[in-house]
Design a protein around this ligand. Structure first.
Ligand code: B12
Length: 801
């Protein structure tokens, strides 16, 4: 009988108890304190652990040179080998431990995606050479970094790859993915086992694990902390003891965990108790999950239930403006096309940028990168060029839909290996070397051929969505019948289907009438996804009514909220003799976004343009106070409430910064240059990287002719004081946006008082209040940037009185 396997527990606290100093990197102990490390490994093996992690969690090129990394990893692997030898056991594996690189990927941070792949690859390569048996990529909190890590490791070694990620109590990773989203991505990447570790105790992890088990076909791992941490006498302690921990671990095994162990705070006692409690529990058999899931880094969409809408508008076919945008490299235009479709209700966006005169590979990469930076919904990569396809699927954050493969042997030979490597849900067109069959039988036969060939690459039927192909009615009276029958038959066989709908009406008058009715018939025959124009009211009406009638709209809520009319609309409808009217959304017009919208959606170029336009008839301060700040406030609320995640917050911040750049340019152009009044040093305090507010303060002060020395963000008290002394500035402005960094502000003020007593200090930032400002000894608290100018002016007058 197959039995549950045991990982070891936490390393950090054990090292601290043996003298690891705060700030010291534990990995160096593999070299300097090998005996201690071997001893700890041995204590875990003696407690029952069979999967022993090397002491290499933080070993990467951003902390060590290649030579040092090689030395540490070799020593760390040797230490585990030694412990295994001392234990006399032959069932223990040496697991190369790989943690996050500690840097955020672009666009959230500065780390390049390919560079991250290379960094992970380097670790894995050394680990395999050193003799590790397998790899555990653990404590990952960004889905995109997980993808980079897996690709890097798999491209550079042949070891089995396990991955565990971190969730908060709301079952979200730091960048927004939930268990279903990350399961889809990791299964697509074909790792060997997946799971959860760190951050939470076993109790909080249980419901998250259950959710993961619902979608995962792969073996599952769970390595919780010893409960939740708290500080006691300057030490971190955890609230779950070994016995309680072990009792929870039994539950995980019953729910399907195959590998269990611990993370922070779990000592050998926890692993021993867990071993005793769980060693004889029969394993739940692995269950293959049939769900067809497409994911992004923040969301996933399931095909097979309520039909899915794939927005078709990012495609140059028949669109001269779009073609021009591609030739001009006008990404903003493409993003707007995406935005309109998202607003209109698309669940996925098709991305096709093929145009003979442009470099499709480069454009595809650029567009995928930009779209996934802004939109959280998944994408469908649509290209016939295998090079563009591979580039896009590699770069894509998640498990994309891929359009397409078909029954031609050479196309299958090109496309399947890409899907096998990166994952994806693949559209299979029912066309082959003999063309498009004119019968449903013929199309179903090609679908079968595609399924069979895909199997050879380990691609399951659930990851193939058959496109039975829509042919025009005007050339064959039976076109619709053939397609619909084929859709119906694939659906009844448990397959997934997709159709581009609008070809049906080619050459006919009132095409929308035909398209929408055909769409309705296809939905009724089990269509899993329609590639349609979500801005078409006729299509969306059919979709909304289908969703409601087929029981996908709880209490008809969506239908009612979208189609209930105001009195005026009812009158208008009467006048239009029965034409159906759809309620317009209040916030966006179909023609475009307001400035506030573009910031909330994180559309950088649009925010800049909209600010420029608004400056023609609106005062700069009014734009700041009425549009820019309220937009950021809204995003901030979403972030605090858990409905928005770091990527969106960041994109909105960048969009707002672009708005401020437009304002600065405007003020620079309009303001006449005059003599500088006096130097003012400004900075966001240490530990705080919020600088949007501080930048506004700078722009306004400069506009009032002050000689502003902006030290940037996250600035140490010593540097601020140094600059004040150097410039002999009579005024210093400090900004802080987090409760945790107001402390640095206080520290800075103290140091200024001591070293530059002549300098007045004004403070500001979202978390500050007058009361707080008084408490930390500031001379002035400014609620907004204009108040900083008023105070500077007052000081100027006093100085010149
Ligand atoms: C944009 C933003 C970000 C951006 C910052 C980008 C940038 N370049 O600044 C990014 C995404 C990077 C970010 C990161 C984080 N953020 Co943030 N962020 C925000 C957000 C949404 C808006 C801030 C902002 O720019 N407001 C608009 C500007 C114009 O307002 P302002 O700075 O207050 O400035 C005005 C006045 O206060 C005044 N003023 C400002 N400075 C000064 C100085 C002087 C001298 C004077 C007189 C006046 C003055 O004038 C300005 C204009 O009139 C706020 C939420 C919110 N609504 O405030 C959260 C918020 C500040 N962030 C928060 C958090 C927790 C974080 C992170 C820790 C998130 C994370 N988990 O990683 C990190 C912080 C990392 C760090 N070490 O600093 C929390 C802070 C909670 C708290 N109370 O401590 C907030 C409140 C969100 C929330 N509700 O949870 N964030």
């Amino acid at each position: 009988m197959e039995k549950v396997r045991f990982f070891d527990g936490g390393m950090g606290s054990l090292l601290q108890s043996r003298g690891l100093k705060p700030g010291e990197i534990p990995d160096t102990w593999s070299l300097s304190h090998a005996d201690d490390i071997v001893d700890i490994h041995l204590s875990y093996i003696n407690a029952g652990a069979q999967y022993i992690l090397t002491d290499t969690f933080g070993t990467n090129r951003y902390k060590f040179s290649h030579e040092k990394m090689t030395e540490i990893i070799h020593a760390a692997v040797a230490n585990v080998h030694k412990a295994i030898e001392l234990s006399g056991r032959d069932d223990v594996k040496t697991v190369l431990d790989i943690g996050s690189l500690g840097k955020l990927l672009k666009p959230l941070g500065t780390l390049d995606y390919e560079e991250a792949i290379a960094a992970y690859g380097e670790i894995a390569k050394i680990g395999e050479e050193a003799g590790a048996d397998m790899v555990l990529i653990e404590t990952m909190n960004d889905a995109y970094e997980v993808k980079a890590a897996v690709i890097g490791v798999k491209e550079n070694c042949n070891l089995p790859v396990f991955v565990t990620v971190v969730f908060d109590e709301k079952a979200k990773m730091m960048t927004g993915a939930n268990p279903r989203d990350i399961v889809a991505t990791l299964e697509g990447l074909r790792v060997d086992a997946i799971g959860i570790n760190c951050s939470l105790g076993p109790k909080q992890m249980l419901p998250i694990f259950e959710e993961m088990a619902k979608y995962a076909s792969l073996p599952l791992i769970v390595n919780p902390n010893a409960g939740l941490p708290r500080e006691e006498d300057g030490k971190t302690v955890y609230d779950v003891g070994p016995e309680e921990f072990a009792t929870y671990m039994e539950e995980f095994v019953k729910l399907g965990a195959r590998y269990i162990g611990g993370c922070c705070g779990t000592t050998p006692d926890y692993i021993r108790a867990t071993y005793e409690h769980c060693k004889d529990i029969p394993l739940k058999p692995l269950e293959f999950k049939e769900d067809t899931i497409v994911s992004s880094g923040m969301q996933s969409v399931v095909l097979g239930g309520k039909s899915v809408i794939i927005g078709e508008r990012i495609n140059p076919t028949g669109k001269s403006k779009f073609k021009q945008a591609l030739r001009d490299g006008d990404i903003d235009y493409i993003l707007k096309e995406g935005d309109k479709q998202v607003e209109a209700g698309a669940h996925l966006l098709d991305v096709n940028v093929g145009l003979p005169e442009i470099d499709e590979v480069a454009m595809m990469k650029k567009v995928v990168y930009e779209l996934q930076s802004i939109f959280s919904l998944p994408l469908q990569i649509d290209t016939t060029d295998p090079v563009a396809l591979e580039a896009a699927v590699r770069l894509y954050n998640g498990k994309p839909m891929i359009n397409s493969v078909n029954g031609k042997q050479h196309v299958m030979d090109e496309v399947f290996p890409i899907v096998a490597k990166y994952g994806g849900v693949l559209v299979g067109l029912t066309i082959d070397e003999d063309g498009i069959p004119e019968t449903a039988d013929g199309r179903v036969a090609i679908a079968m051929k595609i399924y069979e060939e895909a199997k050879k690459y380990g691609i399951d039927k659930k990851d193939i969505v058959i496109d039975c192909l829509t042919m025009t009615m005007s050339t064959n009276t039976n076109s619709a019948n053939i397609t619909l029958e084929a859709v119906n038959r694939i659906h009844k066989m448990g397959g997934r289907t997709v159709l581009g709908v609008s070809n049906i009406s080619f050459g006919l008058p009132q095409r929308e009438l035909v398209n929408s009715n055909f769409y309705g018939l296809a939905l009724e025959n089990g269509l899993s996804a329609g590639i349609i124009n979500p801005m078409s009211q006729a299509m969306m009406r059919v979709y909304d009514v289908y969703a409601m009638l087929r029981g996908y709209d709880e209490n008809c809520m969506d239908y009612v909220s979208k189609y209930t009319l105001t009195k005026e609309q009812q009158e208008a409808m009467k006048a239009a003799e029965g034409a159906v009217v759809v309620k317009k959304s209040d916030s966006t017009s179909s023609s475009g976004n307001t400035l506030k919208d573009s910031i909330i959606k994180g559309m950088k170029d649009e925010a800049y343009k909209a600010t420029k336009e608004k400056l023609a008839d609106t005062d700069a301060l009014e734009i700041i106070n009425e549009e820019l700040v309220p937009a950021l406030d809204e995003v901030g609320k979403g972030f605090a409430g858990g409905t928005l995640f770091l990527p969106q917050l960041l994109m909105s911040a960048e969009a707002a910064s672009n708005g401020f750049t437009a304002i600065k340019e405007h003020l620079d152009e309009s303001g006449e240059k005059s003599e500088k009044k006096y130097p003012i040093v400004i900075a966001t305090v240490k530990g705080d990287i919020h600088d949007i507010g501080k930048n506004i303060v700078k722009v306004l002060l400069e506009n009032y002719s002050y000689d502003v020395h902006d030290l940037g963000k996250d600035v140490a008290p010593e540097l601020i004081v140094e600059e004040v002394i150097k410039t002999h500035a009579p005024l210093c402005g400090l900004s802080a946006l987090m409760t945790t960094t107001v402390v640095s502000m206080e520290e800075t003020i103290k140091l200024l008082r001591e070293k530059a007593p002549w300098c007045k200090v004004m403070v500001g930032g979202a978390v500050l209040t007058q009361e707080y400002a008084d408490m930390i000894g500031a001379d002035f608290y400014g609620r907004d940037a204009m108040e900083s100018v008023n105070y500077a002016q007052k000081l100027y007058e006093e100085m010149n009185a």
